[in-house]
Structures are given as C-alpha cells and as structure tokens.
Design a protein around this ligand. Structure first.
Ligand code: GRF
Length: 204
C-alpha cells in the first residue's frame, strides 16, 4: 500500500471508516488509512481498524486539562502517523484550531444532509421532521464553524412517503458509503482544487 495517507477521526460504529478501508484495499482509493483516532473508548470503528491492521488510538478528551491540550495531542498523533489528509467520519466533536491550522484545506467532513440545510448532530431527523422531500449527503472541507466549510460533493436522497427516520437513515448511509470513498479517491488522485468557496473535482 502507498499513496495518500488518511488520518480518520471517528466517534462511533465506523461504517464509513469501513467503506474507506475497503476502498483502499481494493485500490479504488490510491491511498491508505494511516491511523484511526476515536474520542470514544467504545467506538466499534476502533475494532474495525484493528481488524484491518491499521493503528487505532482512543484519545479521551476527559483526560486532558484543557481543550487545547486535547487538540495538541490529536495533532501530534496525526503528524506522527504522517497524515496527509484528516477525515472526519462520524467524528461528533468540533475540531480545534490547532488541527485545522496544521492541515489547511486538508480536513474533510461527512454530513448526512444537504448543507447548508440541517447542520448539526441530527441532520437526518431534522430533515425528516421538517418535511422536506429531498435530503442527502454532503462531503465538505471542515473549517472552524461546524458544518460550514467549502462543499466538495453532494448527493440527493429522496424522502419517501412511507419512510421513517430509520429507513431514511439506512438509505443515507448507503449513499455515504459510496460518496465518501469517491471523494477521497479524487483527493488521493489530486483531482480536487479549491477556489474560495468553490471546490472543483476533475473527473478521472
Ligand atoms: C454518519 O451518518 C455521518 O454522516 C455522521 O455520523 C454518522 C457516522 O456513521 N456525521 P459511522 O460511524 O460511519 O457508521
């Protein structure tokens, strides 16, 4: 394995991490997951990393005196793994300035709604409860404002007449598992360029 090195941040099940690991293993992404870091001890994504023989680290924010000290430890771990791009794959914590400054336009976040609509931790149920007919998935560069940075790619998911939040969530995840690796493949190929708020993705 070689190519672009991704440092993946997670907080939970890590199904998107799994899609990224699989895409790296199959060669769909010309890169590898260099490290997986979770802020939660019981995140199943840590197990997925171990099963894929990828270094996995639990960094517990509660063991650091300040937010800044936690961010510093996070940056050191990413640097030590020789990370090229930081990938937030269900990382439910705002990233601190130190990591963002160390990786300018190199931090990518996944959001389960069509930003700028329905930002925040409940994008799927917020869209469902608002009664919109189309929601979707966004991949964007992260900045210091939650769910606000330049949009790299979006894919729509219709909300069907007989949907529940759970059935909608299932279809959102399916789209995430396809779109996120596609975007990371484009990044690894150097096909993604940023011009202010506009992000261009060249085709293969
Ligand atoms: C995804 O829906 C992502 O969009 C959101 O958190 C979820 C993470 O799922 N930010 P998983 O841990 O990748 O299974």
């Amino acid at each position: 394995m070689s190519g672009t090195r991704f440092g993946v941040l997670i907080s939970g099940s890590g199904s998107n991490l799994q899609a990224i690991l699989d895409a790296c293993a199959s060669g769909a992404i010309a890169g590898e997951v260099a490290i997986v870091i979770s802020n939660k001890a019981d995140a199943y994504g840590l197990v997925r990393a171990e099963l894929a023989s990828v270094p996995a680290l639990h960094l517990d924010p509660k063991t650091f005196a300040t937010r800044g000290e936690y961010d510093h430890a996070l940056r050191l771990a990413l640097d030590e793994a020789r990370t090229d791009f930081v990938v937030m794959a269900g990382y439910m914590k705002l990233l601190g300035a130190e990591v963002l400054d160390a990786y300018p336009q190199r931090v990518v976040n996944l959001h389960p709604a069509l930003l700028p609509s329905f930002p925040g931790a409940h994008g799927i149920s917020d869209a469902f409860n608002a009664g919109v007919k189309i929601t979707g998935v966004t991949v964007h560069f992260a900045n210091e404002v939650f769910d606000e940075g330049p949009i790299i790619a979006q894919r729509p998911v219709p909300i069907l007449e007989d949907d529940t939040v759970d059935t909608l969530e299932e279809r959102i995840h399916e789209v995430e598992h396809a779109l996120f690796p596609e975007v990371l493949a484009a990044i690894a190929d150097g096909r993604v360029t940023v011009e202010g708020r506009r992000v261009h993705v060249a085709s293969r």
